[in-house]
Design a protein around this ligand. Structure first.
Ligand SMILES: Cc1cc2nc3c(=O)[nH]c(=O)nc-3n(C[C@H](O)[C@H](O)[C@H](O)COP(=O)(O)OP(=O)(O)OC[C@H]3O[C@@H](n4cnc5c(N)ncnc54)[C@H](O)[C@@H]3O)c2cc1C
Length: 271
């Protein structure tokens, strides 16, 4: 059965927050639509208004400055990140994770902001943003607020965003420039698929970070591993921070085993 909604495309941030405030109860934000449209098609969401966040002048921003770091607007797709010389040069960890997200076709539509607001435990961009100390800039008619990604995700598919508020931009700080890392993602099939488990390791000098996807209600940052820890201590710390479940894609025990395998492998690979 056809389902009808009204499509709104505000051209300024002011107009956008006014509409979001008016449509708090019957509107949904549209970015690339790769999560939203299947949800509407499958009857899981029935918004009367679909509000496009890609049409404001700021939405297409993908720019670096020493003050703000890398700014990622609401229209920036995963493939925009992969094509960006700045991202490749200054923030290779973003590209390492972006490359693992879905297929080329999906990456052409899917946005970075949509990926984190969707807040799936298996989000592939969240591990990079967590390890790089990125911040979410949120905006509503009441003003703006800033939130580190380690406080952004609250539960499965839940974030700190309030009704009428949107994620206006992501800032990846200049201090995280040059961090090196690698992301290992276990999938049921070769090629593109949601992860059974994913482990990212990032190194900045002596500072080591891990982030794990698909192993807890939210993507998890582990910043307690030090360069003095041996592999078994590192595995113990990472496993202590996650709480994997058994589901259709894998058992708890399989996930825990593979996290251990990946942590050991990453420690020897990321120098
Ligand atoms: C076949 C397929 C394979 C996939 N594989 C992967 C994968 O391997 N890894 C992975 O991480 N994801 C995967 N996904 C999920 C999806 O593609 C990503 O989560 C994508 O990045 C979502 O971005 P989008 O721009 O399409 O978001 P949309 O679908 O437009 O929006 C997602 C949600 O966020 C809200 N929203 C969007 N932008 C904002 C904003 N700026 N402020 C507030 N709310 C906002 C929307 O209302 C919606 O609830 C896959 C999806 C499909 C269909």
């Amino acid at each position: 059965m056809l389902y009808e909604f009204r499509y709104l495309a505000p051209r300024t941030a002011g107009e956008l927050v006014r509409i979001l405030d008016e449509r708090k109860n019957d509107g949904k934000i549209l970015a690339g639509g790769t999560d939203l449209i299947p949800n509407i098609r499958n009857g899981l969401m029935k918004p009367r208004f679909v509000i496009d966040v890609k049409k404001t002048p700021e939405a297409s921003t993908l720019a670096y400055s020493d003050a703000d770091g890398l700014v990622i607007g609401t229209a920036i797709t995963i493939n925009d990140i992969l094509r960006s010389a700045t991202a490749q040069d200054k923030y290779p960890v973003l590209c390492v994770c972006a490359h693992e997200l879905a297929s080329h076709q999906i990456r052409n539509r899917a946005t970075v902001t949509g990926n984190v607001v969707n807040a799936s435990p298996c989000s592939d961009m969240a591990p990079a943003l967590l390890c790089l100390d990125a911040k979410a800039l949120l905006r509503s008619k009441d003003g703006q607020r800033s939130m580190p990604f380690k406080e952004f995700f609250t539960d499965v598919k839940k974030t700190v965003l309030k009704p009428g508020e949107y994620l206006e931009r992501i800032e990846v700080p200049a201090e995280s420039r040059g961090a090196r890392g690698s992301y290992l993602k276990l999938k049921r099939i070769a090629g593109h698929d949601l992860g059974i488990v994913g482990v990212l390791m990032v190194r900045r000098g002596d500072d080591i970070r891990f982030a794990v996807s698909s192993a807890a209600p939210t993507p998890v940052l582990v910043d307690t591993v030090t360069s003095k820890d041996g592999p078994e201590e590192a595995v113990r710390k990472v496993l202590g921070a996650v709480s994997p479940i058994s589901d259709v894609r894998g058992t708890k025990e399989y996930r825990e085993h593979m996290i251990g395998v990946y942590v050991r492998r990453l420690l020897s690979e990321v120098k």
